[in-house]
Design a protein around this ligand. Structure first.
Ligand code: IFM
Length: 446
């Protein structure tokens, strides 16, 4: 593949704390709502948990050596809230901060820029027990977390992401019930979405106070919605799905407030019996605090069709017959359209692809090699889409593969492998896959 990426492009890989660290009860870490969710029968495939995961808490030096060999110049990771603030609020666990401090120092020594995500889905269990993201007060402890972490690491960490994928924290977790806390309550989900966004705005201000030179952003996940046919009904179905998944988050972050068509639609569907009563004066400007960059996560897209279902959402199908092992359609053109649409409609200052990747469950062959050619093809096509979007004027200056290594895939447990490094969970042996070598060459040739 001929590639022409701009000079100084950011090449990275991404992970998150609960998915790789393990050591769930070591050095003062306490339980998050994902630890307790995993204990509930039927929530996670195979009864899997993140208790050990990739044991990164003990093997992080080896993992940084892999990153160094890969040639990336940036690494995106998240912090575990309960490692740092064991009861979720005031009291600080210095051992938790020390862990991330050492990690950051060693990344920098190896020429790898740390990109730190504050919230990648691990809410301290005591906060969940009091209602979690559905409650407005939760913004305060989150802002405190942002304050503590940015005070301690802000002398070395310049790139800050407040939240990872607010759609997942709110709707996937509180409306669909697939992620912790596993609720199926539309109104709670929309309140949670607002509190996540509000806490984001509050955290941006705190990070900027503590680290005046910081680059601060948020990472949203997107699914490009295509109407299943040109009929007006299917067009409207796609528009509603887009509102549910993409616009509900993009619009307020870019100062447009919640999309009026979706507010009306949710009211008609009974999801907002009291309207937007949870939005108080001052919230929307706070949410729309200007950002240095928008983090973009994309894996797939969908085809939407009428009629709408009882809950007001359209029926959806994968965007293509070609699928990854988790069943998601492979649609690089949808990704390209999405990037253009974000740039031309919302005009973020910078765009960074903070996650892109695929689940393919290839394991080692008889020679111990993992020849994940389907992932190589997936990455090639999506990198090409990014390159085309840049050529079309999109200000994209970074790309992070999800993920550095196979890890705990939430409610799918360990059944789905997204890594470019294979992890044998019985021995914790790491084996770089063909996609790792592909990415290494790709970075070198750029
Ligand atoms: O593993 C997740 C990650 O935690 C968030 N973005 C999507 C990935 C694949 O599902």
């Amino acid at each position: 593949m001929q590639s022409h990426f701009p000079k100084n492009f950011i090449w990275g890989t991404a992970t998150s704390a609960y998915q790789i660290e393990g050591a769930y009860n070591e050095d003062g870490r306490t339980l998050s709502h994902w630890d307790t969710f995993c204990q509930e029968p039927g929530r996670v495939r195979g009864g899997d948990t993140g208790n050990v995961a990739c044991d990164h808490y003990h093997r992080w030096r080896e993992d940084i050596a892999l990153m160094k060999d890969l040639g990336i110049n940036a690494y995106r990771f998240s912090v575990s809230w309960t490692r740092i603030l064991p009861n979720g609020e005031k009291q600080i666990n210095s051992k938790g901060l020390d862990f991330y401090s050492q990690l950051v120092d060693t990344l920098l020594e190896n020429g790898i820029t740390p990109w730190l995500t504050l919230y990648h889905w691990e809410l301290p269990q005591p906060l969940q027990a009091r209602g979690g993201w559905a409650e407005r007060w939760v913004c305060e402890p989150f802002t405190h977390l942002a304050d503590v972490v940015s005070r301690h690491l802000g002398d070395r960490v310049q790139h800050w992401i407040t939240h990872n994928e607010p759609w997942c924290t709110s709707l996937l977790s509180h409306q669909q019930g697939v992620h912790a806390p596993g609720w199926q309550d539309w109104n709670a989900a929309l309140r949670a979405a607002h509190h996540v966004l509000l806490s984001h705005g509050m955290a941006v201000s705190v990070i900027r106070q503590n680290v005046p030179s910081a680059q601060v952003g948020i990472t949203l996940n997107f699914e490009h919605a295509t109407p299943a046919s040109p009929s007006p009904e299917d067009l409207q179905a796609a528009r509603i799905y887009d509102g549910y998944y993409n616009r509900w988050f993009l619009d307020p972050i870019f100062g447009m407030g919640y999309p009026a068509d979706m507010v009306a639609h949710y009211q008609q569907s009974g999801h907002l019996p009291n309207g937007l009563d949870f939005v108080l004066p001052g919230d929307l400007p706070q949410i729309a605090t200007p950002l240095d960059f928008l983090g973009i996560n994309n894996y797939t897209g969908i085809l939407a069709s009428a009629p709408l279902q009882a809950d007001g959402l359209p029926a959806v199908l994968p965007c293509s017959q070609e699928r990854t092992d988790i069943g998601w359609g492979i649609c690089p053109d949808g990704f390209y359209n999405l990037l253009n649409r974000i740039h031309f409609h919302y005009r973020p200052a910078r765009m960074v692809i903070t996650e892109n990747g695929a689940s393919f469950n290839d394991g080692p062959d008889e020679h111990g090699q993992v020849n994940d050619v389907r992932r190589v093809r997936y990455l090639e096509k999506h990198l090409l889409a990014v390159q085309r979007a840049i050529q079309n004027g999109c200000p994209i200056d970074g790309y992070f593969v999800w993920s550095l290594m196979d890890n705990f895939e939430w409610s799918w447990g360990y059944s789905q492998r997204f890594g470019i490094v294979h992890v044998d969970y019985a021995t914790q042996k790491r084996t770089p896959k063909a996609s790792y070598h592909f990415y290494k060459n790709f970075i070198q040739s750029n």
